[in-house]
Design a protein around this ligand. Structure first.
Ligand SMILES: [Zn+2]
Length: 216
């Protein structure tokens, strides 16, 4: 939030459970007014999402950036949208979304100004080791590797940290797409022409999404 901005958010750090419950009632009322049949005729009778949306856990975006409403996207968010073949949550999510729910689109949507990426860019990851954030230190290893693999190119292109961060976010989406394409569940669905895979980048400063990787 810029210093001059008036708060526009629904809840704050001071909000307690009654505030959350009130906010839910309000949201439910507004959503029902906008889509009177959504809960009663659609969501109450199961889900048939068309898209698996994999994004960063960042609070500034989610599958709603695609204009969808509840029931359209199965979602998995992780810090810096990292996809690992040895991550049980990742593998289970892919199997359920692709094999059971039968989504026909898998999207990895990274974003600009990513905290994980900025931590590596600013050489702040090492300071997390053997602290109360040691798991975060371990988790960011892949991003740090990606940064060092591309450091020379990033520095040669620009000294603007925001541009470097955006470029690294795109490279990370591409890397995670490659990781995704190496997983058998995805390979088999692609071979059967049951899914398409898209790499996207969400701009937190504009709300717009751009394509990052080739369609698969
Ligand atoms: Zn992020």
């Amino acid at each position: 939030m810029s210093p001059a901005a008036t708060n526009i958010f629904t809840l704050t750090h001071n909000s307690k459970l009654p505030d959350l419950l009130d906010a839910n009632q309000q949201w439910c009322h507004e959503t029902t007014q906008q889509h009177p049949s959504l809960f009663r005729d659609f969501n109450a009778n199961g889900q048939t999402p068309h898209t698996l949306f994999i994004g960063c856990s960042d609070s500034r975006y989610n599958e709603n950036c695609l204009g969808v409403i509840p029931g359209e996207a199965f979602t998995w968010k992780s810090i810096a949208n990292i996809v690992h073949a040895n991550d049980l949550t990742c593998r289970a999510t892919l199997e359920f979304a692709i094999n059971v729910l039968k989504v026909n689109k898998v999207v990895i949507c990274g974003h600009t100004d990513c905290g994980g990426i900025n931590t590596c860019l600013a050489h702040k990851r090492a300071a997390l080791e053997n602290t109360s954030n040691n798991h975060l230190f371990q988790y960011l290893q892949d991003l740090d590797d990606l940064y060092h693999e591309n450091k020379a190119g990033l520095l040669a292109t620009t000294n603007n940290v925001k541009v470097q961060s955006r470029t690294l976010s795109k490279l990370n989406v591409q890397k995670q797409i490659n990781n995704l394409l190496a997983i058998d569940t995805v390979q088999e669905a692609l071979a059967r022409s049951e899914i398409e895979v898209y790499g996207l980048l969400y701009d937190v400063a504009t709300g717009l999404v751009e394509q990052v990787s080739e369609n698969k």
